[in-house]
Design a binder for this molecule. Structure first.
Ligand code: HEC
Ligand code: HEC
Length: 201
């Protein structure tokens, strides 16, 4: 089925819309004090303590990019996203910088690092297709304009937020806590691009 021209134009506008910084992103201080402190306050399981230069020194060589990325994907006893799938990459980056500096480093405006599991198509294949190919549990089917039409009104950012935080039968990050925000955005973009059908060269 081919989407009508106006629909296709609306869909392309949606895909091209610049991503806006969501006001919901919390400061490094807020995230550390509500989530990370549980382990990084006392040094539970060997977690480097907040603002403790000696604890962090052996890890310093990795740089904020790599350290943030490890906090996002998880490393040994450090759970992915600090165990909170809803935390965005930006929040994780801010929290990491806050912890290492003891509050001296100002909050960043963009994530230090974003992991990527590959193209949107690949991510959909490994993480989303299980439900979205057949429409399992009411999941909007890939390519089905009617199933997606009412949801498209939320815009790209709204859809990415639903997929990141979870929405009714849709598990947060498709159930993969180590999926980064950019992975989720790529997967949603791919799914949305399939609705518009093939475009003329
Ligand atoms: C359930 C306990 C726990 C929570 C909650 C937790 N961490 Fe950790 N974290 C650890 C442990 C344990 C390590 C040490 C892992 C290792 O290197 O073996 C660690 C290590 C780290 C590292 C260093 C990674 C590296 O590559 O050396 C960073 C950065 C980090 N945590 C960030 C965070 C942030 C940000 C939060 C809050 C959003 C958080 N952690 C919440 C337990 C926790
Ligand atoms: C376990 C099944 C399952 C998996 C896996 C899954 N989804 Fe979903 N998804 C659903 C269901 C069910 C809904 C419909 C929920 C509702 O009523 O809004 C949905 C809805 C959505 C929506 C629309 C949300 C809205 O606000 O209307 C998006 C976008 C989405 N999924 C993206 C993804 C992405 C991206 C992945 C892979 C990373 C994924 N889903 C993996 C079941 C799943």
């Amino acid at each position: 089925m081919f989407a009508s021209l106006p629909t296709r134009i609306a869909l392309s506008a949606l895909l091209l819309a610049p991503s806006i910084l969501l006001a919901a992103d919390r400061s490094g201080k807020e995230v550390v004090e509500s989530v990370c402190i549980a382990c990084h306050g006392t040094g539970k399981d060997g977690a480097p303590r907040i603002g403790n230069a000696t604890d962090w020194a052996p890890r310093a060589a990795k740089g904020l990019d790599k350290l943030s990325q490890n906090a996002i994907t998880g490393v040994r006893k450090m759970p992915a996203h600090g165990g909170q799938a809803k935390l965005t990459d930006l929040e994780m980056s801010r929290a990491t910088a806050y912890m290492i500096s003891g509050g001296v480093t100002p909050d960043t405006a963009k994530p230090y690092a974003t992991t990527t599991k590959g193209s949107g198509e690949h991510i959909v294949d490994i993480a989303c297709g299980g439900c979205h190919k057949e429409g399992k549990g009411g999941a909007p089917k890939i390519g089905d304009l009617e199933a997606w039409r009412p949801r498209l009104q939320k815009g790209m950012d709204g859809l990415v937020t639903s997929a990141t935080s979870g929405h009714n039968g849709m598990p947060a990050r498709g159930g993969f806590a180590d999926m980064s925000d950019s992975d989720i955005r790529a997967a949603v973009s791919f799914m949305v691009s399939k609705i518009s059908g093939p475009t003329k060269p």
